[in-house]
Design a protein around this ligand. Structure first.
Ligand code: PMP
Ligand code: GLU
Length: 399
């Protein structure tokens, strides 16, 4: 008898961590590995935030916080949402969580009944489909390709909504494609959703500070949408604070209550030192030099990597407008082999590239698109140049 639950037996390990661990293991064995796997900024946390955390330790912020977070931290989130997004929220609508990951899970757990359909434009971030399935829901993909810049059309959305649709969950800026839904795109999507008033929107805006060719825009800013949208954000990407585990949800009151109830039973209020430091972070505008410098560095890497990728024949690559990922289509190489190993999926390609050229990426299968692989450019320009050279060699040597 297998004691592990059926749902967990059907689960997969997070492929982003699987591939970054593999890259780390090969490095530990002495190989010269270039890991373009994890979406993790390679910068230090801005000094003022570090100091706020040290101060919080000295001030003994060492007891349980309220379940949805300290009032001051939630007020700082409300101020941020007003300053950056022109959205008015009350602290009672905010729940500070252990990363945006938990914030998304809380919202999904609050709404998902077995058999409910949650639409996830594809490629999607690895954990969306797994979380939905774990909760007994059914992830419904809307396929996109490099030609449509990996964005769904309104008619695709209209055709996918059924009476069982509970929500649509997407990231914009998108992990893994780097695409970005503009204000106009979101207006059209909202017009469609207005015909389906029971469908909730879960808008994952964790890469909000990394939009290079436009202004960030949240669907909740569109009239009539805030009351049916859960906005998800956090400090991991914009502030290089992945390990601090600080994310949040901003929800309509009825949903915020359910989210708080779940968090209160599952994890309680998140780390108090991180919550105190978050107050300082949230008061920093994206124009603050330490924040703006990170974005400028990512933008320079984006341009560099695009130039290099474009020069490699056979790769189909879009120029991402945001985040720090490329999601090239490698299907032109399916059927070819390296060291007698035939490549028939993005995952095979990604594994071949790691094992033979020691360049880490994440295969597209777990993002819902087997034709692609994901490169994170949250690493130095030198490593990007060397990584792309090895990628080009790998492709040239395929037989
Ligand atoms: N959403 C997306 C789209 C992500 O790429 C990530 C990766 N970190 C998360 C959510 C989770 O972020 P956090 O570190 O805040 O849990
Ligand atoms: N979000 C990052 C990524 O996609 C970190 C890993 C994870 O949370 O899955 O690489």
């Amino acid at each position: 008898m297998n004691i592990i639950s059926q749902r967990v037996q059907e689960m997969n390990f997070s492929q982003t961590f699987v591939m970054s661990n593999k890259a780390r293991e090969l490095k530990a064995k002495g190989h010269d590995v270039i890991s373009l796997t994890l979406g993790e900024p390679d910068f230090n946390v801005p000094t003022a935030i570090q100091e706020a955390a040290i101060d919080a330790i000295h001030k003994n912020f060492s007891k349980y916080s309220p379940v949805p977070g300290f009032l001051e931290t939630r007020e700082a989130v409300c101020k941020k949402l007003k300053r950056d997004n022109n959205l008015i929220y009350q602290p009672s609508q905010i729940c500070i969580s252990t990363g945006a990951k938990q914030a998304i899970f809380n919202v999904l757990a609050a709404i998902t009944n077995p058999g409910d359909e949650i639409i996830i434009p594809t490629p999607y971030w690895v954990s969306y489909a797994e979380m939905i399935r774990l909760l007994g829901g059914i992830p419904i993909s809307i396929h996109t390709t490099v030609e449509s810049d990996f964005k769904i059309s309104v008619s695709q959305l209209e055709d996918t909504i059924t009476e069982r649709t509970k929500a649509i969950l997407y990231s914009s800026p998108c992990n893994p494609s780097g695409s970005f839904y503009t204000q106009q795109d979101l207006k059209e999507i909202s017009d469609c959703l207005k015909k389906h008033p029971s469908v909730l929107v879960i808008s994952d805006e964790i890469y909000e500070y990394l939009v290079y060719e436009d202004e960030p825009f949240s669907i909740a800013q569109i009239e009539g949408m805030q009351e049916r949208t859960a906005v998800i954000n956090g400090l991991s990407k914009g502030f290089a604070m992945t390990g601090w585990r600080l994310g949040y949800s901003a929800c309509p009151e009825w949903l915020a209550k359910a989210v708080e109830m779940i968090q209160g039973q599952v994890t309680s209020g998140t780390n108090t030192v991180a919550q105190q430091a978050a107050i300082t972070a949230l008061h920093m505008s994206p124009n603050e030099p330490e924040i703006a410098e990170m974005k400028a560095a990512f933008n320079a890497r984006r341009k560099l990597m695009y130039d290099l990728l474009q020069k490699i024949p056979g790769l189909q690559v879009s120029y991402p407008k945001s985040a720090f990922y490329f999601f090239p289509d490698v299907s032109a190489f399916f059927g070819k082999s390296f060291n007698n190993q035939v490549i028939s999926s993005g995952d095979d390609f990604s594994m071949g590239l790691l094992e033979n050229k020691f360049v880490g990426s994440v295969g597209g299968d777990s993002f819902g698109n087997t034709n692609c692989i994901r490169f994170s450019y949250a690493t130095s320009e030198n490593l990007i140049i060397e990584g792309m050279k090895r990628l080009s060699d790998f492709i040239t040597e395929l037989s």
